[in-house]
Design a protein around this ligand. Structure first.
Ligand SMILES: Cc1cc2nc3c(=O)[nH]c(=O)nc-3n(C[C@H](O)[C@H](O)[C@H](O)COP(=O)(O)O)c2cc1C
Length: 192
């Protein structure tokens, strides 16, 4: 039997990624986001959503600089990534607090966190106000990857990245499980 639950935003599985940008004084900001997904192939683009009604310095910085990076944390970065989602850049230098370092993006003027093994460099394409959040669409103009998360054919290895998963209903982090099937293949048996 199905029951009706109170409406709330949710997505399964959800990621935990980190957006980073420079503020108007050139200071690096970064915050953890579960509201993040891909949204265009051509041009390649991602969409993030940051709360407009609460204290979010990174939102202000992205809207100011119009460029940002998205880092994909691995399981080993769970505590640092959690902290980037608890403390605010208005109060402390979070990257310094967790011992993270950053460098300049190669195609954007935004801080790229060295510890994350895959990062997207994005230029702000579009914003939209959606209820409590500002949706920000970024065109991906470069992807930087650590060589040790790449397969021999140059493709990103999901297993080597070991990405951090997040569950927003009970606020827990997860490791993504093992491969269970090949996409675009396992469903072919139903094709008429
Ligand atoms: C796992 C996790 C996911 C989060 N997802 C979002 C999100 O999608 N949007 C958002 O506005 N805040 C999100 N937050 C909260 C911000 O990261 C948090 O408010 C942060 O302190 C903002 O920092 P800033 O003021 O330096 O930008 C999340 C926090 C955590 C721990």
């Amino acid at each position: 039997m199905k029951v009706n639950l109170k409406p709330r935003s949710m997505m399964f599985p959800a990621p935990a990624v980190v957006a980073s940008a420079y503020d108007e004084n050139g200071k690096a900001d970064a915050c953890t986001l579960a509201f993040a997904t891909m949204c265009s192939h051509h041009p390649p683009a991602v969409m993030i959503a940051i709360n407009t009604t609460l204290k979010r310095k990174t939102l202000k910085s992205i809207l100011y600089s119009k460029e940002f990076c998205i880092g994909f944390p691995s399981i080993e970065h769970v505590a640092q990534t959690d902290y980037l989602g608890i403390a605010s850049g208005y109060d402390t230098d979070k990257l310094e607090d967790v011992g993270f370092t950053f460098k300049e993006g190669e195609f954007v003027n935004a801080p790229l966190i060295n510890e994350y093994k895959i990062s997207l460099e994005c230029k702000l394409m579009h914003t939209a106000e959606v209820g409590s959040h500002t949706q920000l669409t970024g065109e991906i103009v470069n992807v930087q990857a650590d060589e040790d998360v790449l397969e021999e054919n140059g493709k990103i290895s999901y297993e080597k990245l070991d990405p951090l998963g997040y569950e927003d209903v009970t606020h827990r982090y997860f490791r993504v499980g093992e491969e269970i099937a090949k996409a675009f293949k396992v469903g072919l048996k139903y094709k008429k």
